[in-house]
Ligand binder design. Structure first.
Ligand code: RIB
Ligand code: CA
Length: 322
């Protein structure tokens, strides 16, 4: 029996998911109970394979679980291949199925939450389809969760419509189920919307730094980001950087002092017209915390320190001085 924090990562890898998964697999005080996959950046058939690529890359024995198909789909969503056809910038990365479980993700989530009441934390990095399916299957198991850290939503700019963020908009029925449950129960839910995640990115200098100083993982990160995500970002907003959305949610788990302290809110969702999916928040008797601020540089340095020693971190500091 170890006293490590028990965490399940629910994700749609996706290149920014990969950084978050890397961080948790390497953190010594974290026991990743499993990685549950969902469709989003690319269909589930792609995302679970990318999770397998990562556990193989890090020689991890963490099991990967396939989740549900979306509970709802907007037929107008255009797959932008932001993350490439294979979801990892179309970089060829081998994988095996030795860590693929034949248990479905919802049964796994339910089993872990019933086995470890108020001990399991969930890092949710994709659409909320699996969490919604768990609520429908066993809402009591869902309420056993210790805390959820979710990248998603927006209260300012959108990235899939002018009013909505990709993860939450991708499966609106799932969003509705999860937010209705959270507005009523006392589940601790830390939300990291675009308002905070858009402030954290690696630019072309940092990708070059990762290539020269980051070893095998640094080179792979530069490859999977620069092939598509960087190009698509430049085409979309004329910037030569890549936003690290999912890493912002992950790093809160280890460095919450770098983020704003916020009061709990109730979440409302609009379902009509062109602003369909738009979220609003108001003070509420919940445990939903919507974060909007983070010390971007310190968060990135804290992430790099999980992978690299002080010598490399000193070089990163110098990079940012020049
Ligand atoms: O809107 C950003 C989110 O959508 C991130 O989780 C990214 O991986 C994509 O899933
Ligand atoms: Ca994601």
């Amino acid at each position: 029996m170890n006293n490590k924090r028990k965490v399940i990562i629910d994700c749609d890898p996706g290149v920014d998911d990969a950084l978050a998964i890397n961080a948790l697999l390497l953190k010594k005080d974290i026991e990743v109970l499993g990685i549950t996959c969902v469709g989003g950046n690319r269909p589930l058939e792609y995302t679970y394979k990318n999770a397998l690529r990562l556990v193989d890359f890090f020689n991890s024995d963490v099991k990967v679980y396939k989740g549900v198909e979306p509970l709802s789909i907007d037929p107008n969503i255009k797959t932008s291949f932001f993350h490439g056809e294979n979801g990892f910038g179309d970089v060829e990365i081998p994988y095996t199925t030795k860590n693929l479980s034949d248990i479905n993700a919802i049964d796994f989530l339910e089993e872990m939450l019933l086995k470890y009441p108020n001990e399991v934390e969930i890092l949710a990095l994709g659409p909320l389809s699996n969490l919604a399916a768990l609520i429908l299957k066993n809402s009591k198991a869902f309420e056993n969760v210790k805390a959820i850290y979710s990248m998603g939503g927006t209260f300012s700019m959108g990235n899939i419509t002018p009013y909505c963020e990709f993860n939450y908009y991708f499966d609106l029925k799932a969003l509705d189920i999860v937010m209705n449950a959270l507005n009523k129960n006392k589940v601790v839910f830390h939300m990291f919307p675009l308002d905070v995640t858009m402030k954290v990115y690696f630019d072309v200098n940092e990708f070059t730094f990762l290539r020269y100083e980051g070893g095998k993982w640094g080179n792979l990160v530069a490859d999977i980001f620069e092939n598509h995500y960087l190009v698509k970002t430049y085409q979309a907003i004329g910037k030569t950087f890549c936003v690290l959305h999912d890493l912002v949610a992950a790093m809160y788990m280890f460095n919450s002092e770098l983020y704003d302290e916020v009061k709990p809110v109730k979440i409302s969702i609009n379902y009509e017209g062109e602003k369909r999916g738009k979220m609003s928040q108001e003070h509420g008797d919940t445990n939903i915390f919507v974060h909007k601020e983070v010390d971007s540089y310190k968060m990135k340095e804290a992430y790099l320190a999980i992978n690299y020693d002080e010598q490399v971190i000193k070089k990163y500091r110098n990079l940012n001085k020049s």
